[in-house]
Write a protein that binds this ligand. Structure first.
Ligand code: SF4
Ligand code: MG
Length: 318
């Protein structure tokens, strides 16, 4: 048995290529996201890391936790750097200059590096159709600079730039930007596969990574990754909170295949959605919310579930 375990542990499928030696916070959701993405992708992989927590906290003092090639990109140009790497490999293989198998090219961008500051390069990469998987690890803020608001920050969340106060008692006053329809619902003709994923559902997440890498073109995975420091919860509750997001409808798990935005395939469908209050109460970033703010979030979640086509009982609208 020991020999069998040893031989299995050396197969590509089970080996970790995101290894110890980084300085992320205890309970960091994006670090676990990276580990699972790397494990699913395997050894023939190149990571591009635009500036974000998964660059800054992973690369202090010239150390890195990757057992595969990794390069930094600016927060603005992750899509451009990934495009160049993919095209260089494609042309060198085509011209017979190298005998390599085309690698998995994965750009691991935060919410800022993908859907805000980095949006133009990512959009251009999708539009041109390079064979790159973009994983947006979403911790709902600009975390590596001290938890500033990003378009992914949910309505009602406190950040350094959105403190609750007399003028805006709910803190963040807009609902979050959703990058999936921006990328998948038209305008990027080569982008055929998009999926939402969560570190609370690791097998589903890894399957979606492999599905995205199997595309003969670009693919996009939007990965919900709770951040204990930015969201103010104890580090041992990361997975519980990730799951609670799905159970309350604060996060939904689905896939879009063949570019068919109108027909989403849900990979996890709760039997019914729990009230959002159960999720909000786990995080101090929401502790200032009044009942009218919670009602607004519940209504938003209910409307989004209906718009996505989720046919499950919803908590009462308020
Ligand atoms: Fe991870 Fe959040 Fe800490 Fe950044 S701030 S290292 S995302 S837990
Ligand atoms: Mg972020």
């Amino acid at each position: 048995v020991a020999e069998l375990v040893k031989s299995i542990a050396h197969t590509t499928d089970l080996r970790d290529t995101y290894v110890p030696g980084h300085r992320t916070c205890a309970g960091c959701g994006p670090a676990l996201a990276y580990r699972l993405v790397a494990k699913a992708a395997g050894e023939n992989t190149i990571f591009i890391g635009p500036t974000g927590c998964m660059y800054v906290a992973n690369t202090s003092y010239a150390c890195g936790p990757w057992a595969v090639p990794w390069t930094h990109a600016q927060i603005t140009n992750g899509g451009a750097v990934a495009s160049g790497i993919a095209e260089a490999f494609r042309m060198m293989i085509k011209k017979g200059k190298i005998q390599d198998k085309f690698p998995n090219v994965i750009v691991m961008a935060g919410d800022g590096g993908c859907s805000d500051i980095g949006l133009q390069a990512m959009s251009a990469m999708f539009y041109r159709g390079h064979k790159v998987l973009c994983v947006m690890y979403d911790n709902e803020s600009y975390a590596n600079t001290g938890i500033q608001v990003s378009p992914s920050t949910p309505y009602g969340a406190t950040t350094m730039f959105t403190p609750a106060g007399p003028a805006i008692p709910e803190a963040k006053k807009h609902q979050m930007k959703d990058p999936m329809p921006i990328f998948l619902a038209g305008g990027h003709p080569y982008l055929k596969y998009g999926a939402t994923a969560s570190i609370g559902y690791p097998i589903d997440l890894m399957n979606k990574i492999r599905r995205g890498l199997a595309e003969d073109g670009p693919a996009f995975v939007h990965l919900h990754s709770p951040c204990p420091k930015g969201w103010s919860f104890p580090p041992e509750r990361t997975i519980e909170i990730a799951k609670l997001a799905v159970e309350t409808g604060m996060w939904n798990l689905y896939e879009v295949e063949n570019g068919d935005w109108a027909h989403k395939k849900f990979s996890v469908m709760p039997k019914k959605l729990k009230p959002v209050d159960e999720y909000l109460q786990t995080q101090a970033r929401f502790c200032h919310l009044q009942p009218e703010h919670v009602a607004k979030i519940q209504n938003f979640v209910n409307n989004r579930a209906k718009a996505l086509g989720m046919e499950v009982p919803l908590p009462p609208a308020q």
